[in-house]
Design a protein around this ligand. Structure first.
Ligand SMILES: *Cc1c(COP(=O)(O)O)cnc(C)c1O
Length: 474
């Protein structure tokens, strides 16, 4: 028997006091292995069993001899890890491994690392650590340093625009964009009902009035027709969100904004690299905003950027980002600004991520294809559509669950350690935003059905598909 296990084993005639000591010994915590006189494994006792015994009136001087032990799950040395793990569940997290003589040789403990989250940043295959270390060692760990300029220039160029203004995150990027465009009190800003709340929060923090409009059923993005209906003399801007990496009908929206003299902001937080008619999203609006949060397509930890073709707007955003301070005259403030700066360390990571953005996007798109292939036969899901003229980037592999109620499905996936996320709630469903709702039928339909699946470098679609089979067979 492996020596590290000795303290967790007891004989089948031990006192409950000894059993408790074994349960208390680590590793593994919370379990004791019971051996018979021939040293064969004959039981497994967990702290849960122990609690039940105490409640039934046992005391610490009682002997294990007088207690009938439950059946236990075990594995045999030589079995594959996958087979063993398949026997674990929410309750069974530790499985003893025995040899041919049924002697305890080891155990397997399932921990959170077996969990498949929705997103895991991909940081270890490029220059991320190298550039980060470089930025760190340069002492330029705040918002000065070469990586900031480089990241701004390179990301803007990647999107096909002139200027990039890096920010602390994607939410303040939207606020900065609105402020730089002069959008504020008394102005209406049209936003989609289906988006992350940052989109509308930024409008409210700018002091403007959001007007929430419905989305399309086919692309899940803001509806041009609904924008048209919602325009009033007070409308100042539209924020078009490229949801889950799907480009919205951006040329029609742009034309509409131009004809009504409205500003167009693209919230491209989820759509790095996506394109409409071959042109990258982010290059259509007066300003576009991105997020580099850890679960986004590329990341800087926290981080964001405003991009624009207007040098004038970029300059204004740079000043507002830095407390509204005059660039030539230090400590002289001409506007009430913010500290929305990105650090050189974040930008260093961003530069390295950007070097790999093409393979990262390709991988994500291929992952979605693998999901589609594995899920197709069930007819349970409608994946996010690929539409003509649009090259979407898969942010999170997302699909509509075409049955009554998605909760049973989500529950089963989660019990298999697979994090399946529901869509965003429609903004109009939340009391703090309901007063701003203009139209919202499709967003509610989509939100009720929508799910996102783990989308990152360590996903094995086979594992997800296996859990799915378990669900369809039950
Ligand atoms: C993530 C996200 C944001 C906010 O970005 P943060 O960097 O988290 O502040 C804004 N809009 C949308 C659509 C997002 O998905």
């Amino acid at each position: 028997m492996v020596t590290k296990l000795a303290s967790s084993t007891v004989s089948n005639s031990a006192s409950l006091r000894k059993v408790l000591a074994a349960i208390n010994a680590t590793p593994p915590a919370g379990i004791a292995f019971v051996l018979d006189a021939q040293n064969k494994l004959c039981g497994v006792v967990t702290d849960g069993d122990f609690r039940r015994w105490l409640l039934e009136g046992c005391n610490l001087d009682d002997s294990l001899k007088d207690i009938s032990l439950n059946q236990f799950v075990h594995a045999t040395a030589g079995e594959s890890l996958e087979e063993i793990i398949s026997r674990t569940n929410d309750k069974i997290r530790i499985i003893p491994i025995v040899n041919d003589q049924f002697e305890l040789v080891d155990y397997i403990q399932i921990d959170k690392r077996m969990h498949l989250p929705v997103a895991v940043p991909d940081l270890n295959q490029g220059n991320e650590l190298k550039y980060l270390t470089d930025a760190f060692l340069s002492s330029l760990i705040s918002s000065q340093g070469a990586y900031i300029n480089r990241f701004e220039e390179e990301f803007a160029a990647y999107c096909g625009v002139r200027e990039g203004v890096a920010t602390a995150n994607g939410t303040v990027a939207i606020h900065l964009a609105l402020t730089a465009l002069g959008v504020g009190k008394g102005d209406e800003v049209i936003v989609p009902d289906l988006t992350f709340a940052a989109t509308i929060n930024a409008v409210l923090h700018a002091g403007a009035t959001p007007v929430i409009v419905d989305v399309n059923l086919d692309d899940w993005c803001i509806s041009v027709e609904e924008i048209k209906k919602a325009i009033t003399p007070k409308t100042k801007a539209v924020i078009a969100v490229h949801l889950y990496g799907q480009p919205c009908e951006i040329d029609a929206i742009k034309a509409l904004c131009e004809s009504h003299r409205l500003f167009l902001i693209e919230d491209a937080a989820e759509a790095h690299g996506a394109a409409y008619k071959g042109q990258k999203v982010g290059s259509f609006g007066d300003i576009a905003t991105f997020s580099f949060f850890a679960n986004k397509v590329i990341t800087t930890g926290e981080g964001g950027m405003c991009i624009t073709d207007s040098t004038e707007l970029a300059e204004r955003m740079r000043i507002l980002r830095d407390h509204g301070m005059n660039k030539q005259k230090r400590y002289w403030h001409e506007e009430v600004g913010f500290n929305y700066r990105m650090t050189n360390m974040q930008a260093a990571i961003g530069c390295a991520q950007l070097e790999r953005i093409e393979p990262i996007i390709t991988y994500r798109n291929e992952l979605e294809e693998a999901y589609k292939e594995q899920f197709e036969a069930t007819n349970l899901f409608t994946f996010q559509k690929k539409l003509p003229d649009r090259e979407k980037t898969v942010w999170l592999v997302s699909a509509l669950y075409e049955q009554e109620d998605k909760t049973a499905f989500m529950k089963l996936m989660r019990s298999n350690g697979i994090d399946v996320r529901p869509f965003f709630y429609p903004l109009s469903a939340m009391p703090i935003y309901t007063p701003y709702s203009f139209s919202n039928i499709n967003s509610h339909l989509l939100s009720a059905k929508g799910l996102s699946f783990p989308t990152h470098w360590s996903v094995e679609v086979g594992k997800v598909a296996k859990a799915l089979r378990q669900f369809t067979e039950s």
